[in-house]
Design a protein around this ligand. Structure first.
Ligand SMILES: NC(=O)c1ccc[n+]([C@@H]2O[C@H](COP(=O)([O-])OP(=O)(O)OC[C@H]3O[C@@H](n4cnc5c(N)ncnc54)[C@H](O)[C@@H]3O)[C@@H](O)[C@H]2O)c1
Length: 259
């Protein structure tokens, strides 16, 4: 098993890629902390992991609150006896508008995409050091590599995540703490449906988000959007010891969209 004897934490693990990652990591032998705002979703993911013979602990909380973003690390490390990796996956699309921008939505996007993951990182560093190193993984986006005309605040936040990842990789290399990011393209999740509905409100008016996603996916190089499992598989490599000499990397999981 690729994560035997590892202890990890996944945020936004109640749905989409985070959920797929938590389940995949547990199948590969990790004890997994499952963190999400949605209590029912957390219970569901923990139950699925346990039913398959894995080990998981769920914490339902709002990661916008610094105290929560910090305490999840301690609770999981205390419960399982340490911490080897964190997938800081939580994020938020933020506002589409610039003129008439909703600044409360701006704050939410910055708090979840940047602030909360930094707070969780701060809490995780001493736990990883105690184990002689570990892995910090972040979720950026192809909008962290190129501009996103319909989600400018989101792009600003994800460019921020990229800057944080590259900076922390050098800073903590001597501690054997590896810092990487995945850059999903459009992914078949509830949040993916928010993004695809944005570009052309006129031509997509009246269509449901399923139809918009299907149309959009058909224009991508591989003719489909990413699945949560596509991204979870890339995440698995980056948090595992197979990636022992891989740090500071931004791995697109976008079926060649950005290429
Ligand atoms: N879906 C995409 O197309 C796409 C593309 C690139 C990057 N991303 C990034 O992937 C991450 C999540 O995306 P997804 O598509 O897997 O999401 P999703 O829509 O499937 O799930 C998001 C989860 O986040 C949880 N959540 C929301 N607010 C929270 C909060 N304040 N505290 C704790 N949990 C909270 C929700 O309850 C939900 O379970 C984000 O960082 C996002 O920016 C998504």
């Amino acid at each position: 098993m690729r994560l035997a004897n590892k202890i990890g934490l996944v945020t936004a693990a109640g749905s989409g890629m985070g959920r797929a990652g938590a389940i995949r990591f547990a199948k590969e032998g990790a004890c997994v902390g499952v963190v999400d705002l949605d209590q029912a979703a957390v219970n569901d993911v923990v139950a699925e992991i346990e039913a398959a013979g894995g080990k998981a602990i769920g914490i339902a909380c709002d990661l916008r609150d610094d105290a929560n973003a910090r305490r999840i690390v301690k609770e999981i490390a205390d419960a399982f006896g340490g911490l080897d990796f964190v997938w800081n996956h939580v994020g938020h699309p933020g506002p589409a508008a610039v003129e008439g921008i909703d600044m409360a939505d701006y704050d939410l996007a910055m708090d979840l995409n940047v602030r909360s993951v930094l707070v969780t990182t701060e809490a995780a560093l001493p736990e990883l050091r105690v184990r002689g190193g570990g892995a910090l993984l972040y979720t950026a986006s192809i909008s962290g590599l190129k501009g996103s005309p319909f989600s400018p605040v989101y792009a600003a936040a994800k460019f921020g995540v990229v800057g944080m990842v590259r900076s922390l990789a050098g800073r903590y290399a001597k501690d054997k703490i590896r810092v990487n990011a995945v850059y999903p393209g459009i992914t078949d999740t509830p949040m993916g449906r928010v993004f695809v509905a944005r570009p052309d409100q006129q031509s997509t008016q009246g269509q449901d988000r399923e139809a918009i996603l299907a149309n959009m996916a058909s224009t991508l190089p591989m003719g489909r959007a990413a699945t949560p499992t596509d991204v979870a598989n890339a995440a698995l490599f980056l948090v595992s010891d197979e990636a022992e000499y891989v740090s500071g990397v931004a791995l697109p999981v976008d079926g060649a969209a950005i290429a």
